[in-house]
Design a protein around this ligand. Structure first.
Ligand code: ADP
Ligand code: G6P
Length: 469
C-alpha cells in the first residue's frame, strides 16, 4: 500500500467486498449496496480505509487495496462469530432495537465477546487514522467502539451512524449492558440516526438511565463528566438513486422485466416483495393478507401473481429458521390452493440476485409490498421508487424509516390485516392518474435525497459537531 495513515477511516461489521469464486481461484468482489457507493464517492480524492470482518471465521486475510480503498480485514474466531455476531449483535441487540418482535436473549458471555471485538476494531482504527482524521463507525454491532477509540486517539473526529432504529427507553432499559453501551456511544462527537424519534430515544435514554453526575443532556447535546460533548441528530440514509434510475431505464433491464412477466404467464397484475428473510420484515403478515385476498376472491390466482424474493440471512439463529419455515409453509399452502398449471400464484425465490435482475423485478412489478413490523429505513422501498418515474405503486408500512419521507406511498399498518388488504386493493385499483401523481412525487423525493447527499450531510454534521461545551 502507498501509505499507512488515512484521513478517513470507515468501520463497519462487514467489509464492502465479498469473497467469490472466479474459475478455480477466489477473488474479492465489491458488494452491492448503497453504502459502498456512497463511501466511494466521499472517499474519492481523500485517503480512505475501511475496516470490517470478511464474513468467514479464523485468521484475517492481509490488508489489500480495491477500487481505490484500503481494506483492512478484522479476524473473528468461530466463538466470536457465535458470541459477538450471532449472540450479542443479532440475539440481543437486533430484536431489542426492533420492538422485541421476538424476545431478545441476554448472556454475559456474549457481552464480553462484544466488548472484545469492539476493542479490536478500535485498535485497528487507532493505528490507521492519520492525525486529526475522521473515523466513521457504522451500526449496532459497533456501539462501544467510539469510547474505546476516543481513549486511544483523543485527536480524531468520531462519528457513528445507526442503520437500524434506536428503541424507546422502556425497551432499551432491558439491556443489562445499557449504561456501558450509552457511554460507548458517547465517545463519539456526532451520532446519526434514521429518524428524529431515534435520536430522541437515545437522548432520553441518556437522561433517564445515566446519573446527573455522569451526563448533562441539553437539547441534542450530551456532555459527559470528562467535559466531552456529543451531538445526536437524524440524518436519514438513502440509495444511489440516479444509478438505480439509469439501470432501470436500460433496454436490457426493460426487456428482462417484460420477460419476467411473460414467464409468469403475463399476469394482469404483478405484486412484489423483496427482503432479507428476517422476522422484522413482516413477510408473514404480508402473506396472510394475500392468502385471505386469494381465498375471498379479491385477488384471482390466475390473473394476479406475487413474487417474494427472500435473501437468506443469519441462518444459524433459531428465530431465522423459524420464520423461514413459516414462510415456506404459507407459500406452499397458497400455491396449493390458488395456482394454475405451470403458473404458481406465488413465486418464492430464496437467494441473491445481481443488481440488473433486481432492477428488472422492480420495473416488472405493478405494486411493491414493503410491510416491515419495524425497519430503520428500508432501502428496497426507495429502490423501487427510483426504478419507476410515473408507473407502479408502493404499499409501505408506517413502521419503516422510509415512511417518514415517502408520504405519497399507500401507507399501511401491517398488523391490521383487514386494512392492509384494503390498501393493497386500493394500490392495485387506483386510477392511473392517481398512481402517476403519487409515483412522480415519490420519485422526485428519492432522486433529490440520494446516498451521496446523505454521506455529505453526515460528514458535515460531524465536522462541525462541538467537542467542548
Ligand atoms: P436490510 O438492510 O435490513 O436488509 P434494506 O431494504 O434497507 O434492508 O436493504 C436491503 C438491500 O439488499 C437492498 O439494497 C436490496 O436491493 C438488497 N437485496 C435484498 N434482497 C436481495 C437479493 N435477493 N439479491 C440482491 N440484493 C438484495
Ligand atoms: C442490516 C444491518 C447491517 C447488516 C445487514 C445484513 O442492514 O443494518 O448492519 O450488515 O442487515 O446483515 P448481516 O448480519 O448479514 O451483516
Amino acid at each position: 500500500m502507498p501509505q499507512d495513515k488515512f484521513d478517513l477511516v470507515i468501520a463497519a461489521n462487514r467489509l464492502p467486498v465479498d469473497r467469490v469464486r472466479e474459475g478455480n481461484r477466489s477473488v474479492w468482489r465489491r458488494s452491492p449496496g448503497g453504502l459502498v457507493t456512497a463511501m466511494e464517492s466521499v472517499m474519492s480524492g481523500r485517503d480512505g480505509a475501511w475496516i470490517g470482518w470478511s464474513g468467514v471465521p479464523g485468521k484475517a486475510p492481509a490488508p489489500f487495496e480495491q477500487d481505490d480503498m484500503w481494506l483492512h480485514p478484522i479476524a473473528l474466531s468461530a466463538d466470536e462469530i457465535t458470541d459477538y455476531y450471532e449472540g450479542f449483535s443479532n440475539g440481543s441487540l437486533w430484536p431489542l432495537y426492533h420492538d422485541v418482535i421476538v424476545p431478545p436473549t441476554f448472556r454475559r458471555r456474549w457481552q464480553a465477546a462484544y466488548e472484545k471485538v469492539n476493542r479490536r476494531f478500535a485498535e485497528v482504527a487507532a493505528e490507521l487514522a492519520a492525525e486529526n482524521a475522521t473515523v466513521w463507525i457504522h451500526d449496532y454491532q459497533l456501539q462501544l467502539m467510539p469510547r474505546y477509540l476516543r481513549e486511544l486517539r483523543p485527536d480524531v473526529r468520531i462519528g457513528w451512524f445507526n442503520h437500524i432504529p434506536f428503541p424507546p427507553v422502556e425497551l432499551f432499559m432491558q439491556l443489562p449492558a445499557r449504561d456501558t453501551l450509552l457511554h460507548g456511544l458517547l465517545g463519539a462527537d456526532f451520532l446519526g440516526f434514521q429518524r428524529r424519534t431515534d435520536a430522541q430515544n437515545f437522548l432520553r435514554a441518556c437522561r433517564q438511565l445515566l446519573g446527573d453526575d455522569d451526563v448533562e443532556v441539553r437539547a441534542d447535546l450530551v456532555q459527559t463528566a470528562d467535559g466531552q460533548v456529543c451531538r445526536a441528530a437524524a440524518v436519514p440514509i438513502s440509495i444511489d438513486s440516479r444509478g438505480m434510475a439509469r439501470l432501470a431505464a436500460t433496454p436490457a433491464v426493460r426487456a428482462r422485466a417484460r420477460e419476467i412477466r411473460e414467464q409468469l404467464g403475463n399476469p394482469e397484475k404483478l405484486l412484489l416483495g423483496v427482503d432479507r428473510l428476517d422476522y422484522t420484515k413482516g413477510i408473514r403478515h404480508r402473506l396472510k393478507s394475500l392468502e385471505e385476498m386469494y381465498r375471498e376472491g379479491t385477488l384471482d390466482g390466475a390473473r394476479t401473481k406475487f413474487i417474494q424474493v427472500a435473501t437468506p440471512s443469519r441462518e444459524r439463529l433459531q428465530a431465522y429458521q423459524h420464520i423461514k419455515s413459516e414462510v415456506e409453509q404459507t407459500v406452499g399452502r397458497i400455491n396449493g390452493e390458488h395456482s394454475s398449471f405451470g403458473a404458481p400464484a406465488v413465486t418464492y425465490l430464496h437467494r441473491s440476485f445481481p443488481r440488473e435482475e433486481m432492477a428488472a423485478l422492480f420495473v416488472a412489478a405493478d405494486v411493491m409490498l414493503v410491510t416491515p413490523l419495524r425497519d430503520g429505513m428500508n432501502l428496497v422501498a426507495k429502490e423501487y421508487v427510483a426504478a419507476h418515474d410515473d408507473t407502479g405503486a408502493l404499499v409501505l408500512s408506517e413502521f419503516t424509516g422510509a415512511a417518514n419521507e415517502l408520504k405519497q406511498a399507500y401507507l399501511c399498518n401491517p398488523h391490521d390485516i383487514a386494512r392492509t388488504k384494503r390498501t393493497i386493493t386500493r394500490a392495485l385499483e387506483a386510477p392511473a392518474e392517481e398512481r402517476r401523481r403519487r409515483m412522480r412525487a415519490l420519485h422526485r423525493q428519492v432522486l433529490r435525497h440520494d446516498v451521496q447527499r446523505w454521506a455529505e450531510r453526515f460528514l458535515s454534521n460531524l465536522a462541525v459537531a462541538p467537542r467542548q461545551p
